[in-house]
Design a protein around this ligand. Sequence first.
Ligand code: OSB
Ligand code: MG
Length: 368
Amino acid sequence: MRIEAAEMKLITLPLKFRFETSFGVQTERHIIVLTLYGDGLEGYAETTMEHTPHYREETIAGAWELLEHLLIPQVLGKEFANPEMLWAEIRGFRGNKMTKAALEMAFWDLWAKSLGQPLWKLLGGVRTEIPVGVSLGIQSSVEATVEAVGQSLQAGYKRVKLKIKPGWDVKPLMAVREAYPEANLTVDANSAYTLNDIATFRKLDAVGLDYIEQPLAFDDILDHAKLQREIATSLCLDESITSPEDARKALEIGAGRVINLKPARVGGILASRKIHDITESYGLPVWMGGMLEAGIGRAANIHVATLPMFIKPGDTSSASRYWEEDIVEEGLEAKGGMMPVPQGLGIGVTPKRDFIDELAVKSAYISA
Ligand code: OSB
Ligand code: MG
């Protein structure tokens, strides 16, 4: 497969809800839609980093620069027999995992199409639908939180994850647990706490959560290991894991018992598969995370989540929760907490070209 040209469109897509986390409030997403052209086919991906460096270090502005001036020129006009070869061409650029993932994942889509296969089959996936839950932002009150959880459970979602921050943790969680004694509940702190908050985590232990996601620093594993030894609830790592090596080291020192695997955060699908296999060797599960993706990124994540160890319900909820109108033709909708895997070639979704053009605030076309 020779990459002949690439196109980038930066779009702004308004969210249907106000998404508050410990690191800020989001009301819209900024996404670079990347298309790779080769052999008369098109491969798609979307970027997942935040507009500002509040989740990890990457930004949309940085991604645009790197893609346009470094990553795309590096692969343009070259022949790649598989994603490993493409990765070999860009791995020397350090960090910037989410930016590199966009290129890697667009190539997977293109490559799978050239082989006439849906991505999940090519990956060795084992399911045609994946179990999903929801990630709920911080709500305006305890009552609103209990109500939002109730609606999610009513919709059939298999677990509800609640964002927490210091001052907004034990109280709403105890109320939710009281209202829904049997619900599969988790929390996500997005790195808002330190080891000084151990008393809060001991109280959360009593709520019976499936796990506590990324309580400590975004780049830490050592303190997570210390915290894990002090509490009963499993820790789940998100921000801290950006490579297979991170995953191995974290599991080896006991920094957690679950990984939120976001292909974009770890550099793409090859790295995701390696992390999947590493967790399997420790007998631990993974689950598919999300970055509020639109249809292209959501579809890719669904395909990756067909791998065997994606046992726990992930964050890939229905597209209609997020958007009035998605950027792909296919409706990615869960029923009874199960998200069907798109069955077309590659990631199996068709971008709405006109709609994307309408939303685009910046575009670039780069050819060999
Ligand atoms: O920490 O998992 C996270 C969204 C943006 C950035 C970070 C996170 C999230 C979510 C939402 O929790 C997951 C989703 O609904 O896509
Ligand atoms: Mg998280």
